[in-house]
Write a protein that binds this ligand. Structure first.
Ligand code: SIN
Length: 288
């Protein structure tokens, strides 16, 4: 079967048409999907009424799945391969731990030593308006930098912390998160292990470069994020229920915009495919 694709934006992304994930898929069809994933950075598959088991099973075709040990409060109690991104209150009525998940520009699990290869996010409930997610093509962002800037950042490492927007809202969660996830230094320029192309690897979880102070690092971090999020590098996804969006964390970054009425429900479930080891625990002296 030849997989039919429709581009999603100038910068990145393709919709995969005519796929039903409740039905068996041959190795060759999956091979085409994987090729499209590498070529386009993001894939959208609409209208998939799949179970949690089917979500996990399809995700496993991309590689071994993260059991989200780094984010134990946010995973599904029965399905550790599923990370909840939800504003549905907890059983005792208290607010969900994950209501602000993803609301900073980031690449999944960059704050760990095995940053993710890719993620598959399924929309179970979406608000009537908003709740969009924006994606940036980090190959294109890297390639558009001048030779001088590419040289300047070639050997820099950004220190990634497991931070979320609205810091201070949930101190117990934040304390546990910091204990489980010491700051990790990742290269600012990463070579994609499968395509061999260079991509920027930065985001709003980076507050400093290794060996530099926050004050010294801030202007360049701000510049690189502003550069990477110029409109020509972006795709903005407007969710429909039963959408699945699959992204390559090695050459894209994304942000959940939080542009919706918090009284409306938004419930997403994500599998996270493990990548190859990258980065090192940041030297304490450099973390300030
Ligand atoms: C995520 O960062 O994995 C979640 C993105 C979203 O909820 O839109």
């Amino acid at each position: 079967m030849a997989v039919a694709l429709r581009p999603l934006s100038y910068a990145l992304g393709a919709e995969v048409l005519g796929i039903d994930l409740t039905r068996p898929m041959s190795e060759s069809s999956f091979g085409e999907i994987y090729r499209a994933f590498l070529d386009h950075g993001i894939l959208l598959i609409r209208g998939q009424k799949i179970t949690r088991e089917q979500h996990i099973e399809f995700s496993r075709r991309f590689g071994e799945l993260d059991r989200h040990e780094a984010l134990p409060r946010d995973r599904h109690p029965q399905y550790p391969e599923l990370l909840m991104v939800t504003n549905v209150p907890q059983a005792d009525g208290s607010p969900s731990n994950s209501r602000y998940t993803g609301q900073l520009w980031h690449s999944d699990m960059s704050f760990t030593l095995v940053p993710s290869l890719g993620s598959l996010l399924r929309a179970a409930k979406v608000p009537p308006v908003g709740g969009d997610t924006m994606f940036a093509n980090m190959y294109a962002a890297y390639e558009a930098l001048s030779a001088g800037m590419q040289k300047l950042i070639a050997d820099l490492h950004g220190i990634h912390r497991p931070e979320r927007k609205n810091a201070g809202v949930d101190p117990a969660w934040e304390q546990e998160n910091r204990r489980l996830n010491p700051p990790v230094a990742q290269p600012v320029v990463r070579t994609h292990p499968e395509t061999g192309r260079k991509a920027l690897y930065i985001g709003e979880k980076v507050k400093s470069f290794e060996g530099m102070t926050q004050e010294e690092s801030r202007p360049l971090i701000d510049y690189l994020i502003r550069h990477a999020t110029r409109p020509q590098f972006l795709y903005r996804h407007q969710w429909q229920p039963d959408d699945i969006v699959i992204w390559d964390n090695r050459c894209t970054m994304h942000v959940a915009l939080g542009d919706y009425d918090p009284a409306q429900r938004r419930h997403m479930e994500r599998t996270t495919v493990l990548g190859t080891p990258c980065g090192h625990v940041a030297a304490e002296a450099a973390v300030h």
